[in-house]
Design a protein around this ligand. Structure first.
Ligand SMILES: [Ca+2]
Ligand SMILES: [Ca+2]
Length: 380
C-alpha cells in the first residue's frame, strides 16, 4: 500500500530535483520496508556504527537492557524458543532476563547478534549477573556453566579464533547483582559478535541484565601500591573478597586461612579447565623492568600436555585498550607437588606497555594451587 502511494507521489511531481528527492525517499522507504518485521532475519543485527573516536565509550546496545519487549513478551532482538525456562521479569520498574533450569543434563539458551565496528581492536563485555542455587552437573565440561558467552563471527557467520572468557556464575546463590566484565582482543575478519546467555548442564535460577559493549575500552588498571599489599590476601571485605581482586568463580577460587595467614587457593578438577584471577596494574612510563615474586604451593598436580599448562602466576603486558604484547613471558610456575616455595622473575617492560595483567592461574592443569605474598616492584 505504502509503496504504491509513494510511487504515485513520485511520478506526480514535476520538478526534476523534486523527482530525485522523492526517488531517494522511495528508496529509503523500500529499504525500511525490507527491514520490517515481516522480512526480519531471526537474529537482530544492530546497524553499523560510526567509527569510534573516543575511548571507553559504551556502545548503544538496547537489547542488553531487556527493557524493550515484543508483543509476545520476548525481549527485542533475542531468539527465544523455550518460553517456559526463559522469561523477562520486572522488579521496581526494571526488566531483566531470567533463565531457569532443573535438568542437570539439559541446556537452556538464548542468543542475539551484534554488528561490530571495524575500528575496534578490543572490546569489553560487561553484564550484571544474579544466581540462585546455581549448581553444575559434576560431569559437565569446565566450559559449561550459567554464563554470558560471546563469540567473534566472520562474514560467513563462523566463529573466529578461540572462545573468549565468558561472564559466568559457577556455584551458589549471589548476595546481590554481580557485575562482571571481560576485555578481549578482536580477531581480524570479525564482522559480528554472537552473544549467548545460557545455563549449560547447570541448574538453578540465572538472571542477567545490562549487558554492555564497549569498543576499544580503557583497561581499568589500578596504580601499583608500594609493596603490593593486595598480593598478601589479608584484607577481606564482608563477602570474603580480597582487596584488589574480584573473585567471581566461587567454585574454584577461594581465600583460605591457615595459622592466621590468608592465601589464595585455585582448584581445578578438569584438565580442560582454565582457572584464573586477573588483576590490572597501571605502569609508569619510567619503568623499564619489573620484579615479580610470589610464594606458591601445589598438591595433587597433573600437568597438561603442553609445556605451558602448569599452575602459575601468568603475566602479560598490554596497551591502554587491552591489546596484548604477544611475546611469551615465562611465568612463575610449579611443575610438581610442592610445599611453599618462593619464585622470582625479572622481566623487561615492552615499550608502549601501559598495563600489567597479572593472574594466578591453573592453566589446563589439574590439582590444588596455593598462592601468597605476590610482590610486584619496578627495578629502578
Ligand atoms: Ca534492565
Ligand atoms: Ca597472606
Amino acid at each position: 500500500m505504502m509503496r504504491k502511494r509513494m510511487v504515485r507521489l513520485g511520478w506526480s511531481l514535476r520538478h526534476k530535483a523534486s523527482q530525485i528527492v522523492s526517488f531517494a525517499l522511495l528508496l529509503l522507504l523500500l529499504l525500511v520496508g525490507a527491514a520490517s518485521p515481516d522480512d526480519a532475519v531471526p537474529h537482530a543485527v544492530t546497524p553499523v556504527l560510526p567509527a569510534q573516536d573516543k575511548l571507553n565509550q559504551v556502545v548503544d546496545f538496547p537489547e542488553g537492557t531487556f527493557e524493550e519487549l515484543e508483543n509476545n513478551g520476548d525481549p527485542v532482538g533475542w531468539v527465544i524458543a523455550d518460553h517456559q525456562h526463559i522469561k523477562v521479569l520486572q522488579e521496581k520498574g526494571n526488566a531483566f532476563l531470567q533463565l531457569t533450569n532443573d535438568n542437570m543434563e539439559g541446556t537452556v539458551s538464548t542468543e542475539t547478534r551484534f554488528r561490530m565496528n571495524a575500528a575496534w581492536k578490543t572490546i569489553q563485555v560487561r553484564a550484571r549477573l544474579f544466581g540462585r542455587r546455581i549448581q553444575r552437573n559434576p560431569t559437565a565440561g569446565s566450559w559449561e556453566s550459567a554464563k554470558v558467552a560471546f563469540f567473534f563471527l566472520d562474514r560467513r557467520d563462523e566463529i573466529l579464533g578461540y572462545w573468549p572468557q565468558p561472564l559466568e556464575l559457577r556455584q551458589g546463590t549471589s548476595t546481590g547483582w554481580n557485575e562482571q566484565a571481560t576485555i578481549e582482543e578482536v580477531p581480524p575478519g570479525t564482522v559480528a559478535l554472537r552473544l549467548v546467555v545460557e545455563m549449560a548442564k547447570t541448574t538453578g535460577e540465572f538472571e542477567v541484565d545490562d549487558i554492555q559493549i564497549t569498543g576499544n575500552p580503557l583497561v581499568p588498571a589500578v596504580p601499583l601500591e608500594k609493596g603490593f599489599p593486595a598480593g598478601r590476601f589479608e584484607k577481606l571485605d564482608a563477602t570474603g573478597n580480597p582487596a584488589g581482586w574480584q573473585i567471581t568463580d566461587h567454585e574454584r577460587i577461594h581465600v583460605l586461612e591457615e595459622n592466621g595467614n590468608h592465601f589464595l587457593r585455585l582448584t581445578n578438577k578438569d584438565v580442560t579447565g582454565d582457572v584464573m584471577l586477573p588483576c590490572y596494574i597501571r605502569l609508569d612510563a619510567a619503568w623499564k623492568q619489573l620484579k615479580i615474586r610470589a610464594r606458591m604451593r601445589a598438591s595433587q598436580l597433573q600437568l597438561g600436555q603442553r609445556f605451558w599448562e602448569t599452575p602459575q602466576i601468568h603475566y602479560t603486558f598490554r596497551d591502554a585498550i587491552g591489546q596484548d604484547f604477544h611475546a611469551y613471558m615465562p611465568p612463575l610456575e610449579l611443575r610438581q607437588d610442592s610445599d611453599w616455595v618462593q619464585r622470582e622473575i625479572t622481566t623487561d617492560v615492552p615499550a608502549g606497555a601501559t598495563v600489567l595483567k597479572l593472574m594466578p592461574r591453573l592453566l589446563w592443569a589439574k590439582g590444588v594451587f596455593d598462592v601468597d605474598d605476590i610482590v610486584v616492584e619496578p627495578v629502578l
